[in-house]
Design a protein around this ligand. Structure first.
Ligand code: SER
Length: 893
């Protein structure tokens, strides 16, 4: 049974084809980019439903089913070595929000697993299935035994670590019951899941989600701090594990979808799968990681050095690294990503339409990494040579960390290269530095996103007073009531003048930073005269809008009525930028195709930036076309309007949906005329004419395969152009008689002229010096049999001319030594020419220059008969010449 079939049987069964007649709403997989501040990537099927379990948001359905994309990287080192660890997997889930509970969940699971294949089930034989329940969950054990008929000896009880599921952090949790498949005696010892989890493979976890987990503890024991508002069900069946069993293969890397990538890796490296365990592991790692990387890029992640970008970068680098271990030195990513898309495309059609973009990003990262490998290798070689000269045996933690952190060098590569050179690496020190850096990054990222990672206080506000209604699409001012005041992250009843506070309202016109749009600023006033100056607005929980700012007068009391006014000028300038971003986005897609999909943006007052994937710089002509297209449509004064509709309707009208944004069934589509249509929660102008003017400023690279365009809009764009105009006028004044459009030609002519004049001047100087050689030759000092000339020539004589003068002089004085200096572009230059007779005495041009250059703060060298060098310190020239003279005299006497 292929993966597509397993998926559709799952969805069909829960949508309608179960005997309990419990119909579930089919919810498409959410993006891998989690909208949860405590999570980097979606790692379980229940993540998108978390607010429903917690009662933060009322679920629009009571029962749901999904096949959710998940990424877990905690066990990344296990991938390829075991039968069941994958960094990307799909979790088939059925969910009940206060509807059916243990009995329903158990009955449904058993029915789907054991129903025959011809009847739409998975056809597992009942006597191969084992179950576990939480240690004191008699209710679940009874249902399994009495209602389902599982023999008592195949129901095992386990403790918290195995059978009490939580997200590992404060949040919903509950006892669970797991279903295992016995693969037979060839795979391990008898005795059920408690005895051997390789032989008994876990396939399905039924969580009876009814409790709230508190802070602290570990997986064996953590505090349960309360009950959820309702008793819920969250189940997860691993699609890949099920596929391995139903397809009769040994592990999840050999199932239909993953095997396609594995076979590609094997074909590219010409290493046969099954040859030996070491190459098999490498092939499995490649198959797993390449697919994960492709899925991440598909959902809008771009390679970077922190957060999700780093997860992706790590996946790709490990893929390339393993391909190298398998013997391939070629560019491999393109082929691996193509086969991953081919494998997953039937389940996720967006991957096929976005394949060009996915490939472009992946290939650019591979190129960057190839460069990294080159520069990292030379830095490693340097460090290794130094270590050897110091007779040291171990590479320091600092060097290994620098290689990793600055050059992106994988640590295992450093280890391996060190081993090849007979060196060790301070691994403990390296791990310590890594942990320190990780902690710093984590703290930064969390603080940025929610201000306080602990969301308890915000949750308490929502529990007590509900979320905040955003009324800022239509209003710039609103009457509201304070629902919470926080100082240093803790709820307070009141706050005094000077306090930095966070404040929540039941309704607000303030837009919280999101979707690339910066937050509104403004004021919140109480009737008692208290005023809060709002500096920032964030939404740490879905639907809750938190205003941050300082109390500039009076006393702020929780529960008091207020008037909230946003800074209108700032809002209008931000809205102009946001509408402009949509227009520029659309124009780029027209010019460059689908690849130019927005990968990030920032809409600030009067300016915006827009990032999109592209492997090479965008030609100026395209930038000009985009700018002119957008400005033409400003004059056309298109109407901008927002409409709320179903996702399907939005798709049907061709609206662009960006990644990482989690949309419910209803979405907001912002259209600029009938032209640019995009899913967006931001604020916009009413007509494109209000933008006035859009000016693209620059286009540059901001990392592997991502380009950034920066632009100005409205008054800021006008001011920029006005300043440029003044600048141009002053240039036409300097270059007398030139019209503005003649300037480029005139200036380049001037530059050319200057260059040739400089050349001429230098030639004249050299000729003069050459002509004076007889005079200089006369100054030769006789030291024993050697004629010695040490002379400082005038400035700006070209190196080649210095050389001819020195050689000419050496010939004139016959047996002798000539040392000359000059200053070129502010830097001292030295040359030395030595005749064969002098060389015989041990005077070598290279030695003379070495010592002279060192005195000048530079370096140089050459052969015995001629050498050149220089430095930076012009004041040290006579000292350098004296030292050289001393050296010569020492040799002669
Ligand atoms: N949340 C549970 C898990 O991830 C069941 O879906 O295992």
């Amino acid at each position: 049974m292929d993966s597509v079939d397993i998926r559709s049987r799952w969805l069909d069964f829960f949508e309608s084809k179960n005997s309990l007649k419990l119909s579930h709403t089919v919810v498409p997989s959410a993006s891998l980019i989690a909208s949860d501040p405590n999570l980097l990537l979606v790692n379980a099927g229940m993540v998108p439903f978390k607010p429903f379990f917690l009662g933060e948001v009322k679920p629009p359905y009571q029962r749901a089913t999904s096949v959710q994309k998940c990424v877990r990287t905690l066990d990344i080192d296990e991938v390829g070595k075991t039968t069941r660890h994958a960094s990307f997997f799909q979790m088939c889930g059925n969910f009940s929000f206060g509807d059916y509970f243990k009995e329903g969940a158990i009955a449904l699971a058993w029915e789907l697993l054991t129903k025959s294949i011809s009847d739409g089930g998975y056809g597992f034989s009942e006597d191969k299935l084992w179950v576990t329940v939480y240690e004191d969950d008699d209710e679940a054990a009874n249902i399994w035994q009495k209602q389902v008929g599982v023999p008592k000896n195949r129901i095992q009880r386990r403790g918290m670590a195995d059978n009490f599921w939580s997200m590992g952090v404060p949040g919903p949790c509950g006892p669970c019951s797991e279903i295992y498949f016995d693969r037979g005696s060839a795979y391990g010892k008898e005795g059920g899941p408690i005895a051997d989890e390789d032989r008994y493979l876990e396939i399905w976890n039924l969580v009876f989600m009814q409790n709230i987990r508190g802070d602290g503890g570990d997986k064996n024991s953590f505090p349960i701090v309360g009950e959820l508002p309702a008793k819920n069900i969250d189940t997860g069946l691993g699609l890949e594990r099920t596929a391995a069993l139903l397809q009769g293969v040994e592990n999840i890397y050999e199932i239909d979808t993953t095997k396609m990538v594995l076979d590609k890796a094997s074909a590219l490296t010409k290493v046969k799968y099954g040859k030996d365990e070491k190459s098999d592991v490498a092939l499995r790692v490649v198959a797993d990681h390449a697919r994960t990387a492709m899925m991440l890029i598909g959902d809008g992640v771009t390679p970077g050095n922190e957060g999700r970008g780093y997860v992706l970068r790590r996946m790709m680098r490990r893929t390339i690294r393993n391909m190298r271990l398998l013997g391939s030195q070629d560019l491999v990513i393109g082929e691996l990503i193509k086969s991953s898309i081919k494998a997953m495309g039937p389940q996720y059609p967006d991957l096929i339409s976005g394949s060009e973009r996915i490939l472009a990003i992946a290939q650019a990262e591979e190129e960057t990494f190839t460069q990294t490998l080159k520069s990292g290798t030379s830095i490693f070689d340097l460090a290794a040579t130094q270590l050897k000269s110091e007779k040291s045996k171990s590479l320091s933690a600092d060097t290994a960390f620098k290689l990793h952190d600055t050059y992106g060098f994988p640590f295992d590569l450093t280890l391996e290269m060190a081993r090849e050179q007979g060196l060790g690496v301070d691994e403990v020190g390296f791990r310590k530095l890594m942990n320190e850096q990780r902690d710093r990054a984590k703290a930064d990222a969390k603080a940025k996103k929610s201000g306080h990672t602990d969301l308890t206080e915000y949750r308490a506000i929502v529990d007590k007073s509900g979320t905040s209604k955003f009324v800022g699409y239509e209003n710039i001012s609103a009457e509201a009531t304070i629902t919470g005041v926080l100082v240093d992250g803790k709820s307070v009843a009141e706050a005094n003048i000077g306090a930095e506070i966070e404040i929540t309202l039941d309704r607000t016109p303030f837009y919280a930073e999101g979707g690339g749009q910066l937050a509104d600023g403004g004021k919140i006033q109480l009737s008692n005269g208290a005023v809060i100056q709002v500096e920032d607005v964030q939404s740490p929980l879905p639907g809750l809008i938190v205003h941050r700012g300082s109390v500039v007068s009076g006393v702020v009391k929780s529960g008091a009525p207020v008037v909230a006014d946003i800074d209108l000028e700032r809002r209008l300038a931000i809205s102009r930028a946001h509408t402009a971003t949509h227009m520029v986005h659309k124009a780029f897609r027209e010019a460059l195709g689908e690849t130019a999909t927005q990968a990030g943006s920032e809409n600030a007052p009067g300016r915006f930036r827009f990032d999109f994937p592209s492997t090479s710089a965008v030609p100026i002509s395209v930038l000009n076309d985009v700018e002119s297209r957008v400005n033409e449509l400003l004059i056309a004064d298109l109407q901008v309007h927002a409409q709320v509709m179903s996702q399907d309707a939005a798709k049907a009208m061709g609206a662009i949906a960006l990644f990482g944004e989690k949309y419910g069934d209803q979405v907001r589509v912002v259209s600029v005329g009938d032209w640019a249509k995009e899913l967006c929660g931001g604020t916009h102008v009413a007509r494109s004419g209000q933008l006035g003017l859009v000016k693209l400023l620059s286009e540059s690279s901001i990392g592997a395969g991502v380009r950034r365009v920066e632009a100005l809009v409205g008054h800021d764009a006008y001011q920029y152009l006005a300043r440029e105009h003044v600048l141009l006028n002053s240039l036409t004044e300097i270059i007398k008689g030139a019209r503005a459009d003649e300037l480029p030609q005139r200036i380049s002519e001037l530059v050319e002229k200057m260059k040739s004049m400089e050349k001429e001047l230098s030639a004249v100087r050299s000729a003069k010096a050459l002509a004076a050689t007889s005079q200089i030759a006369n100054k030769a000092k006789k030291v024993r049999d050697i004629n010695l000339i040490v002379e400082q020539l005038e400035s700006e004589i070209a190196v080649d001319d210095m050389r001819s003068i020195a050689i000419n002089l050496r010939e004139k004085v016959k047996s002798g030594v000539v040392v000359l200096s000059t200053i070129n572009s502010g830097k001292p230059l030295l040359v030395a020419a030595v005749s064969p007779e002098a060389i015989k005495l041990g005077i070598k041009a290279g030695d003379l220059i070495k010592i002279g250059s060192a005195t000048l703060g530079g370096g140089g060298g050459g052969k015995d008969d001629f050498a050149q060098g220089g430095g930076v310190d012009v004041l040290a020239i006579s000292k350098a010449l004296t030292e050289i003279t001393k050296l010569i005299e020492g040799k002669v006497n």
